[in-house]
Design a protein around this ligand. Sequence first.
Ligand code: ADP
Length: 317
Amino acid sequence: SKNDDKSTSHVHVSRRRTDDSSRSNINHFDPNCIIYDAETDTTYIRGRLLGKGGFARCYELLDLNTNKVYAGKIIAKTRIAKPHQRQKIFREVELQRDLMHCNVVGFHSYFEDDQNVYIVLEVCSRKSLVHMLRQRKTLTEPEVRYYMKHLLEGVRYIHSKNIVHRDLKLGNMLLNENMNVKIADFGLATRVDYEGEKKMTVCGTPNYIAPEVLQKAGHSYEADVWSLGCVMYALLVGKPPFETPTLKETYNRIVENCYCIPNTLSESARCLIQKCLTPEPELRPSLDQLLVDKFFTAGFHPETLPTSCCSHVPKLP
Ligand code: ADP
C-alpha cells in the first residue's frame, strides 16, 4: 500500500543521515532545482534560502561533483538590465575573486545561464551579526574582543590588497558553522590605485558612514576604521552611535561627532571606540595599531566561542 512505501522511504532517508552526518542537511536540497555551470561542467542542487539582498537571493548550493555546500548569490538578469547594475556585479566579483583570508567570505566561482548570474561563495550558515544582536540585544566585552579581532584581521587583509570595503556593518559580517566571522558583500568596495588616492563617491550605509565620505572631502582606508568603531559600539550598546529617527539628524550628528558612550562600558572599550570615531581621518589609528590596543589585553579574550552565543549570554570567565 501507499503507507508502506512511505515508511520504507523514511527508513532509507534516516539511515543515510546517520551514515554520513555531513549530509544531514540533504533534505533541504530539492533535486528539481538544478543549476548547471557549463563552463566548468559543474552541477549544483539548490538548497534552502539563506537570505535576500537588494539584487540577490542567496541559497545553499550543493556541488554534486564534490558534495560540498556553498552559498550561491543568484541574481535574475531581468533585475540587472541596466549597464551600471551589471558593472556593479562585475566589480564585486573582480574585487573579491582574489581575496583569501579566514575572516573574508571566500570566493568560489562566477557563471551565468539564460535567466541568472551566479556568484558562488563560501557558506556562512549562522547568518550575520545583525541576527545575533537581534537575539542578544548586546554582547559581553569578551565576545566583542573575539569578534573585533576577527574583523580587524579581515579588514587589515583587505586593505593589504589595496581595497577599501566601504560598507562595513553588522549585516555584512557573517558567521560560519565554527563561529568564525567573515566579511561579506564587496558591492561598494573600491580599489585604491595609487598611494594617497582619495575617492569621492558618496556610498555606504547611513549609520556607519564616515564624516569625510558624507562631506565629499575625499576618503580612503580610514573610512573603514570609522565603520569598525560604529560596529564595536553597536555590539556593546545595542545600536549604532549616530542612530536617530531621521537621516538628516543622523548626518548632522556624524558631522558634529555627537555621540555618547554609556559609562557601563569599560575604560579600554570606550577609549578604542573614541579612537576609531576620530573626526579627522588622518588621526584615526591604523589596523596594526588597533590590533595591539589595550582593549584586547584588558580582560578575558576567548580563542573560540560556543555556538550557544548566537542566542544566549555565555558563561565566560
Ligand atoms: P545584495 O548584494 O543583493 O545586497 P547580499 O550580498 O547582501 O546581496 O546577500 C543577501 C543576503 O544573503 C545577506 O544578507 C545574507 O543574509 C545572505 N548571504 C550573503 N552571502 C552569504 C554567504 N556567503 N553565506 C550565507 N549567507 C549569505
